[in-house]
Design a protein around this ligand. Sequence first.
Ligand SMILES: [Zn+2]
Ligand SMILES: [Zn+2]
Length: 398
Amino acid sequence: MTGLRFLDGLLEEAIGLHGDLVRLRRSIHRRPEKGFEEFETAALVEKTLAALGIPSERVAGTAVVGLLEGKRRDPAVGLRADMDALELEEKTGAPYASLVPGLMHACGHDAHTAMLLGAAMLLSQRKSELEGSVVFLFQPAEETTGGARPMIEEGVLENPRVEAVFGLHVGIGLPCGRIAVSAGTVHAASDMFDITVSGKGCHGAYPHEGIDALAAAGQVVCALQTVVSRGIDPLEPAVVSIGTIRGGSARNVVAESVRMEGILRTLSPEARRLARERIEKVASRAAEALGARAEVRFQEGYPCLENDPSMAVLVRETGCILLGEENVLEVPRPSMGVEDFSFFARERKAAFFTLGAGNPAKGIVHPAHSSRFDLDEDSLPIGAAMLAGVALNFLQGR
Ligand SMILES: [Zn+2]
Ligand SMILES: [Zn+2]
């Protein structure tokens, strides 16, 4: 662990930025914005980077990409933060609560943005010593359709070529002051699917003259429960959920069509392929048995998020130096939730880690996506130091 002198004093310096980071986080928190509508947030990011002498450009609508060039342009390391809020009414009663009805930063992306700006502050102080560049990736729409992919398509990982990407997510289940990181799969892949069951409408008194799409849809929902329980290796995690079902028009009319929306979550490409196949087959055959027709349409969601083993080690090593070995944990098991950082991880060596932001003593216990979600703001400088630290470790430690 010695020989990483460039990390000396980094956390203390970050703690010195506490007030600035809290102000940034709260101003973003007050003005939450939906995916691809992060106009004010992006403007604040651009303004803050410009004040640090870091040029930036706008891509993919509301994404902001900053470039800090050191002694030379290559190699480059990427640091990513997401900026979007959720459609949720805030109920924290905090003095900095959302001023926008129906929108709330309930996943901590306000903090992620402030932390990455904090990392930019720390790294810009070291510009003349950097053995390469740092690319700051402020991305939109993590919660909805995903901003990472359009950013990559617009070339944010090229020129300079980004060799590795790091990102973090706050975790309320993990106490402030700790991080968790693991090699391998840490987040699931998702696929959204819509099923349309078509029958033949008729008078409810003469059901034999029609084909009841509702009765068929009921069979489809039940049969889909076997996709995982009978179709996938029991040691392989997978979830198939139908979240909505809509159909029929009146109590005395046999329904002509029913529409369902669902999500498939898997942790391996093999389970993903198998489950997709079986969903199509099971839905269509179950409907067919009742004379109806089921059509399944898949829309590809986010891929599995896999941490590169050597990059996970780099995060762990940085955490041990900055926070102490006792505060660096393994991720206990992968999450069936998704994270579109996975698109960056699919393109480059990458590691994504959890940053502790919970604090029961301060009443900070409500999980992400809760209307009472909040985070310990003491995690802001720690996140900034960790992001700056992994970038330094990548560039200077080789
Ligand atoms: Zn979220
Ligand atoms: Zn999130």
